[in-house]
Design a protein around this ligand. Sequence first.
Ligand code: NAD
Ligand code: MN
Length: 490
Amino acid sequence: MLIGGAWVESTSGASQDIQDPSDETLLASVPLANREDARAAIDAARDAFDTGPWPRTPPGKRGQVLVRLAELLQAETDRLAELEARNAGKPIRQASIADLPMAIEHTGHFGRLASKLVDEELELPDVGITTRVLREPIGVCAGIIPWNFPLLMAVWKVAPALAAGNTMVLKPATYTPLTALEYARLAEKAGLPPGALNVITGSGHEVGEELAAHPSVDKIAFTGSTKIGRAVMRNASDTLKRVTLELGGKAPMVILPNADQDEALRGALFGAFLHQGQVCLAGTRLLLPSAMRESFLRRLRQRAESLHLGPTLSWETDMGPLISASQRDRVEAYVAQGVEEGAALVHGGRRPPGLPKGYYLEPTIFDDVTPEMTIAREEIFGPVLSVMTYETCAEAVEMANATEYGLAASVWSRDLKEAQAVARDIRAGTVWVNQHHILSCAAPHGGYKQSGVGRELGIWGLYEYTEVKHLFLDESGEAMKDAFGLVQPD
Ligand code: NAD
Ligand code: MN
């Protein structure tokens, strides 16, 4: 682990095994941090913030370190893609085409955005002078992240926090610490001063709780489940920390009657089964016009059949394993519940024959799902798609919004005017038209309703790591002239 510029073991000497979920082999062993280690990391970040050079480095110079970090990632991209694939159970094609390029791009983007954090002149028309607004770092930020995009989620916390001049303690997910540790190693190499970034590996219940509650932490940025997000917010409330939360989702894919069916079909597969459905943005509710149901479903099953499940390091593989045995158990319990509640299991739902090792599960499609069913309401975080039908457009919108989540949605139609009208009526942080899953480093990402608080990415994401200071400096010397009538001029 990296604490205060030193690579250390846990103080207790405990360690944890890191597995490859595609074949259950041991990949690495990392320290298992406890509360004492967490406090040491927080102290190091506190020290680096209060007395170290990083917060006092001009934004443009900080940005250069991040741009250099992006270049270092680029230089090791193949090795890191392989490590990510092996640790997260992510098909190598996706790690190479998506995770690594995005991690590099987003790191560089926040580096370039740092130069936007300059003082702004502010005209005060009522007072008649011009003052300044400063964007200052918040202080010590803690980042807690999930296992589905281990490197990218680390980037989304670390890069904006550092760009804005904060210091950070990052806790990767227990299963997937490896690429986050590599990111920290490269950040050091890029010139980040000691203590500006600390990475501790350990459990959520111990280390995560300590980070959320500790009074020396000024902001907590959490990505994970809505349930744990609530606990983080509660733990952070005693000290009124700044909190941003990126939580669960149950994204609808609304196929409108005149959608291009080939496109919508590809979108549905991509939306539901990318990374085995272990994506917060996953399109897990497919809303079809009832007249389209039979033909669409027939083709969807055929296409799902042809998805290739296999080892993560094979370039032929479309879908890898789930992250762990317990995650697969959880998903299988949802499949059983879907059947029990009367949905029609029309594809998958089994462990694929021929892959005895690893936590594989077939892409799974339920038809005849109604909005009250558990599989239509809860986030499953596995390859399970619920198909529902609607009669009118208004009904489709109502179904799309019938969820406590509001992270994302997609709308599919050749009529862009109609698609836009539906997109505007859906209560979600991102709505794609004829697209799903695509993210940009420049666009805000985050949730309505119980999908989160705040935004990541773009200038919105960067501002979440700043405090706003009004520096009232009256260069004209006019300001004290009336003192609200309380003190008469001499
Ligand atoms: P999780 O909530 O179980 O864990 C997330 C992180 O929190 C892990 O690092 C875990 O160790 C830590 N943690 C656990 N208990 C904690 C506690 N009491 N206090 C502080 N930290 C604690 O989520 P997961 O299973 O790792 O990931 C899946 C979830 O993440 C899904 O719900 C998914 O939707 C969500 N997610 C959201 C986004 C987004 O951008 N909105 C992105 C990816 C994943
Ligand atoms: Mn979990």
